[in-house]
Design a protein around this ligand. Structure first.
Ligand code: HBI
Ligand code: FE
Length: 286
């Protein structure tokens, strides 16, 4: 299997690219301190990620390997699921080497180095989360034979990318898609719009997601230990057979069986839908 790895070629980064990283980093670190799981800030510290400029993956990997045996490798962009899972199963996190342009600090088509390295890598310093990510990769490789990659993608989406976690009586961020986004780091905790529901593995594996806007349902884990234990204890084969007999769940839906932590208004999504409808209406009117 070709592994899709390329050289990061750290010396080729320009001053503008390093400055873009510094701008994004400073903005997020200043607003995340009270919002993000403490393990994330610990990871930033262990990896010395506050050093100016785009991190050199070799330097990063030396520190990360000492902590949990993970390393960071560069890839050109999204890679096939099977390759992706194989890297995770072998404690290699694949990261884009490119960075967004200064003109587009807030819009991202594909995961860039800020999303992948700032968003995903700090938590890999935490031994429990590091074990979860490897178990996830192994589970992903096994899911291929059951035609259930889409269910693993949903589990990834609602935990690794957009997960929330309890910290005492508070809700905190840990999903990379949230912590690497200034606007969603605010929305996910402060907005009245989205639902915040207790994490349930089978429920999440049935739940659709959207990739182009804020989430309308966020799922909350009690701890990384809980998430790891659930994943390790589950025999996935019968779960896939059970779920294949059940309908998917829509992105903003609340089930009677859900543990509702915050019942959202869905105002944000409703306004967007109204706006898009009106746009279509105007378009027709022309
Ligand atoms: N490839 N480079 C890269 N980064 C990802 O996050 C990634 C991927 N390929 C597949 C993938 N993620 C998703 O299918 C995961 O849900 C498995
Ligand atoms: Fe990601």
């Amino acid at each position: 299997m070709s592994d899709g790895i390329i050289a990061q070629d750290w010396p080729s980064y320009t001053g503008v690219e390093h400055a873009t990283w510094d701008t994004l980093f400073a903005r997020q670190v200043s607003m995340l301190a009270s919002r993000v799981a403490p393990q994330f800030m610990e990871g930033l510290d262990v990896l010395r990620m506050s050093k100016p400029g785009i991190p050199d993956f070799e330097e990063l990997s030396e520190r990360l390997q000492r902590a949990t045996g993970w390393s960071v490798v560069a890839v050109p962009g999204l890679i096939p699921d099977a390759e992706f899972y194989d890297h995770l199963a072998n404690r290699r996190f694949v990261a884009g080497r490119f960075i967004r342009t200064p003109e587009k600090l807030d819009y991202l088509q594909e995961p860039d180095v800020f999303h992948d390295v700032f968003g995903h890598v700090p938590l890999l310093v935490n031994p429990v989360f590091a074990d979860y990510m490897q178990a996830y990769g192994e589970g992903g490789l096994r899911s291929i034979q059951y035609g259930s990659i889409h269910r693993l993608a949903r589990l990834y989406w609602y935990t690794v990318e957009f997960g929330l976690i309890r910290d005492g009586g508070l809700l905190k961020l840990y999903g990379a898609g949230i912590v690497s986004s200034n606007s969603e780091s605010l929305f996910a905790l402060d907005s009245d719009s989205p639902n915040r529901l207790g994490f349930d593995l089978k429920r999440v594996m049935r739940t659709k997601y959207r990739i182009d806007d804020f989430q309308q349902n966020y799922f909350v884990i009690d701890s990384f230990e809980d998430l790891l234990r659930t994943t390790l204890e589950t025999d996935f084969a019968p779960v896939y057979q059970e779920l294949d007999l059940l309908p998917d769940i829509e992105i903003s839906c609340i089930l009677p069986s859900d543990r509702v932590i915050i019942h959202g208004t869905q105002e944000y999504a409703d306004n967007k839908r109204t706006a898009s409808d009106s746009w279509h209406t105007n378009e027709n009117a022309q």
